[in-house]
Design a binder for this molecule. Structure first.
Ligand SMILES: [Zn+2]
Length: 380
């Protein structure tokens, strides 16, 4: 073919090989050692490209944060690329439950879609730029965080500080529904609620007991009733623990609640409502923790024009880029809420985030990497 040997091309197999080396290191958010091993590999690649590297030691049992910056552009504001290297999958998932494999266009593996492929492709695009002997107009900072899947408790302030220093934020979360990018997200709230009753023998002294589980049952039904699809509010009691034995009136019960909202006003209303709960049985104490974790983000003018720019680039590459609003939260919620134009969902196309059927489409690797590269090359 007329291609000269020394002109590098974006190569799907090369990308996939890199993604594989990241997926094979399983990195659940809670395992800082394993998360740091993926950080090591990312750092190694960034070092080879010639980037400036900063590693911020982990806190509160989480892994490190890796900051990679192009050596050009000085301190001027540029592009922030946000990725997380943790996954929701416990270690061992890759052995039996979702082993690395390619079936036709689908490539499977834990965390491949959310989001090791997107995280790798961004760095690959940077590498490609350097291989072509070029520089981006703006400096690029890549931030790799270790605990996005649990709400980014240790990285949030760093993400926000970095975002404020930049003009644009690109988030490498997975593409949705046939390659759509994300230009708006719901807000996410988390609550931990516990009830504290009085234990007793359920056969001998039933009347002395005050059941923490019974009280919690009231609370759960109230919480679940807050779901309003029309208003875009959903509540989900996703975890529950309580009791010590079948013949003991339970002293403790606790739940974790996830709430998604469309607006900050809805979030405030729900927070007030939940904090106002009083127990049906006066002898039972309720304690409530939590609140808004990720603020909602809307497609404002800055996001709209960033998306329009990306859409034009995609058309030049040869595909149609569409956008959507999603209920899932990401670190993009933090940056968009600060008013920094944020484009999310730039990772590989695929399906099954957070499930054991998680896969990416091999055919999406080149065009998505090309889009990332073109954003690097053209944003100014
Ligand atoms: Zn993710």
């Amino acid at each position: 073919m007329g291609v000269k040997k020394n002109v590098p091309i974006i190569n799907a197999d090369e990308i996939l090989e890199g993604i594989k080396s990241w997926v094979e290191i399983e990195s659940p958010s809670g395992n800082s050692k394993m998360v740091n091993r993926v950080m090591d590999v990312a750092q190694g690649l960034a070092g080879k490209i010639g980037a400036d590297i900063k590693r911020i030691p982990g806190k509160d049992g989480f892994g490190d944060i890796l900051k990679v910056r192009t050596p050009w552009g000085g301190d001027s504001p540029g592009i922030l690329v946000l990725s997380h290297l943790d996954t929701v999958h416990p270690e061992g998932t890759i052995e039996m439950l979702n082993p690395w494999r390619q079936e036709g266009d689908k490539v499977y593996g834990p965390g491949i879609y959310d989001m090791k492929s997107g995280a790798y492709m961004a760095l690959y695009a940077y590498q490609h730029l350097v291989r072509k002997g070029q520089e981006s107009i703006l400096p690029i900072t890549f931030v790799y965080v270790p605990e996005e899947e649990v709400g980014s408790p240790t990285s949030r302030s760093i993400i926000e500080t970095e975002a404020k220093k930049n003009k644009y934020v690109l988030v490498t979360e997975p593409a949705r529904d046939g390659g759509k990018v994300v230009t708006a997200r719901k807000g996410a709230m988390r609550f931990q609620i516990s009830t504290h009753g009085r234990p007793s023998h359920s056969g001998l002294r039933h009347e002395d007991g005050r059941s923490a589980i019974r009280e919690m049952a009231h609370i759960i039904l109230k919480l679940e009733a807050l779901t309003d699809y029309e208003k875009g509010i959903t509540t989900n009691v996703g975890l529950i623990t309580g009791g010590t034995g079948c013949n003991v009136v339970p002293e403790h019960c606790s739940i974790e609640l996830d709430v998604r909202v469309d607006t900050i006003e809805q979030a405030k209303k729900i927070e007030a409502l939940i904090n106002d709960y009083s127990s049906v049985n006066r002898d039972i104490k309720i304690s409530i923790d939590g609140g808004l974790n990720r603020p909602p983000y809307d497609k404002d003018d800055g996001i709209l024009s960033l998306f329009e720019h990306a859409r034009t680039l995609a058309a030049e590459i040869g595909f149609e880029l569409k956008d959507l609003k999603t209920g899932g939260g990401s670190d993009g919620n933090f940056t968009a809420a600060l008013g920094i134009p944020t484009l999310d969902g730039l990772g590989a196309d695929g399906h099954g985030a957070h499930t054991l059927d998680e896969f990416i489409y091999y055919s999406s690797l080149v065009e998505r990497t090309q889009l990332m590269l073109r954003l690097f090359e053209t944003l100014e």
